[in-house]
Unconditional design. Sequence first.
Length: 202
Amino acid sequence: MSKPQTLEFDVLIVGGGVSGLSCAITLLSAKEHYEFVREKRIGVVDEGNSDLLKAYLKNVPGIKEQEGEELLKSLREQLKRFGGCPLIKDKVVKVEERFKVFTEGGKVLSSEYLVLATGFHRFEINIRGVEVLENPNSPRPGKVMLKNENFKVKDKLFVCGTLSGAPSMVSIASGTGVWVALQILREWSGKSLVIHDVKGSV
Ligand SMILES: Cc1cc2nc3c(=O)[nH]c(=O)nc-3n(C[C@H](O)[C@H](O)[C@H](O)COP(=O)(O)OP(=O)(O)OC[C@H]3O[C@@H](n4cnc5c(N)ncnc54)[C@H](O)[C@@H]3O)c2cc1C
């Protein structure tokens, strides 16, 4: 039997809910602004079970009242508009060091950076060097987070969304994904960056 082909990324985001897609969209938007990002390969692998699918949203600042599913669709469309970022439907089951990612469907993905954005319900990925803690910001007991400092778990491994310990609110989860993207951009460039489009220039 032939060995599965390894897909290679510079940043692989595990979890395509609010925070994971926010992280990916920010990195993709940076490609239009910074030469050093242009060739970077960004990917998302997602099991397809975001909490947004259960939510009805009235209080997300600036977003019209809608089902969470509609927002998820908008985020996926925004990802697609930027382009060049596969959204792989699969479940990650194991990660080996620096970083080789194995999925339930038999895919093997490799990436320089890994971002874990799998939500706070459970953490079942077999990966060394992460510490799973009780999530103190969850409204219900039994939810988890990964020990992190400023969203960094260890070298080139980040966490965002509710799995980072953020309270379960869309804007906060989204913001943590953006924050992780900016941290990765800072590691690549050696300086703090923001990605701003200016009125009249797009
Ligand atoms: C019923 C309900 C109502 C809500 N109402 C509101 C509201 O009114 N206002 C508000 O601001 N917030 C609301 N929220 C909260 C909001 O939906 C969450 O805060 C937000 O979705 C968290 O984003 P996240 O990226 O951390 O996780 P999620 O959006 O849940 O995304 C995690 C993703 O990771 C995937 N995943 C998990 N494990 C793996 C794996 N091993 N491999 C690959 N993929 C994996 C999951 O399938 C999922 O797609 C509500 C939530 C619920 C449940």
